[in-house]
Design a protein around this ligand. Structure first.
Ligand SMILES: [Zn+2]
Length: 375
């Protein structure tokens, strides 16, 4: 990753159990002594780092360890999902100090969206006073120019192009926006079970089907013109469903939660109990042939998309997130089974599992990215 000197020094102290001497920081970051020294002085002056006076055990000049002042600063992470919005605040060591969630309001227009988002965050923004906020959105994001291009799964059509600056102006703090899976991949790389793994791929199975990647320790940030991990929009032969993106035959236009519900309603009009993705999964697990048939097809589509990510990026770890990724889930287990049958044996050493970070992972990753941008 290309980190600022502030991030390099703070990360180095954190990685050395929260306490390091200047010499250790210089060795770990590889920064020139003068650069490191200036960076540390600046962090000390801002109160983000403090020097702990320790009794010298050996004669001579005592070394003064530098520690992270975890409570000095708060970061926010907001994950606007297709159905649920998750809000998280954490300290400078990324320890969570608050979390809450609420339903994502169906998009009407940009002004209303900004007003709604500010409304659901206002109380906690005032209580925790973050210095910056990371925003992960289930949609298409131009992180470089700071534009939310679209969020089809909650009704924000392509071409909306909402400037993130409008949200920052309402919040009163800088905001950095990424896609949901970029937030997820950042969180997994820094805080997940496979943290530090230089090549990892994340897969979100829910209303949308998406994927993120860290390649050679570099987080790939998806961009509208250079999309990363848009496996939900891989075209599947034989699938003619119309997708929210405008194309026909996208993986997500069958396997996505809302589409599964709609297709079940079309195929089995007399069985209203199946017209919901979670119910389909339960019925399939209980041996219902109608539900199982649909979920096996969805799993085949999922496996095609995930196998593409594995073939493209050769990850050492594959981490599942999202509402459909449950250890006892029919779709989840069937997706794994289909994936195993697709992959060549050389790929079998990839560690596969469900995230250990829970449903706030993307929000936590977004908070980490806000820190990387603004600390
Ligand atoms: Zn599509």
């Amino acid at each position: 990753m290309h980190y600022t000197n502030n991030v390099k020094v703070l990360d180095a102290i954190r990685e050395m159990r929260g306490e390091a001497s200047r010499k250790e920081i210089a060795a770990r970051t590889g920064l020139a002594w003068g650069t490191m020294y200036k960076t540390v002085e600046n962090l000390l002056a801002r109160g983000l780092v403090f020097a702990r006076q320790s009794k010298s055990v050996a004669p001579g000049r005592p070394t003064v360890p530098l520690c992270i002042n975890a409570d000095s600063i708060v970061y926010g992470g907001i994950d606007v999902g297709s159905e649920t919005t998750r809000i998280l605040f954490c300290d400078l060591n990324f320890r969570e100090i608050h979390r809450e969630k609420c339903p994502t309001e169906r998009f009407r227009d940009p002004a209303r969206f900004v007003e709604w988002l500010d409304g659901v965050c206002r109380r906690s923004l005032e209580e925790f006073r973050p210095v910056a906020v990371g925003l992960s959105v289930s949609g298409v994001i131009d992180s470089e120019r700071g534009i939310i291009v679209s969020g089809g799964n909650f009704g924000m059509k392509r071409g909306t192009d909402l400037p993130v600056a409008e949200i920052a102006a309402r919040f009163g703090v800088p905001v950095f926006a990424v896609t949901t899976q970029v937030g997820v991949a950042a969180a997994e790389y820094h805080f997940g079970r496979n943290r530090g793994c230089g090549n990892l791929v994340t897969v979100g199975l829910g209303v949308g089907i998406g994927s993120g990647a860290v390649v050679n320790h570099h987080l790939l940030i998806s961009h509208p013109q250079r999309p990363v991990g848009y496996i939900g929009h891989i075209l599947i032969p034989g699938n003619n469903r119309l997708c929210s993106c405008g194309f026909r035959g996208c993986l997500e236009a069958f396997s996505g939660g809302h589409y599964l519900a709609a297709i079940a309603a079309e195929r089995f009009p007399g069985r209203p109990e199946l017209h919901d993705a979670a119910a389909l999964d339960r019925f399939a697990a209980a041996g219902d042939a109608d539900a199982a048939g649909m979920m096996i097809q969805a799993a085949q589509y999922n496996a095609a998309g995930i196998a593409a990510m594995i073939q493209l990026y050769s990850p050492e770890a594959l981490i599942f997130t999202g509402g459909q990724s449950r250890p006892d889930g029919f779709l989840y287990n069937e997706t794994l089974r289909q994936l195993q049958s697709l992959l060549p044996p050389e790929r079998s050493n990839c560690s596969i599992g469900i995230t250990s970070l829970g449903e706030f992972g993307s929000a936590l990753g977004a908070a980490r990215l806000a820190y990387e941008q603004f600390v």
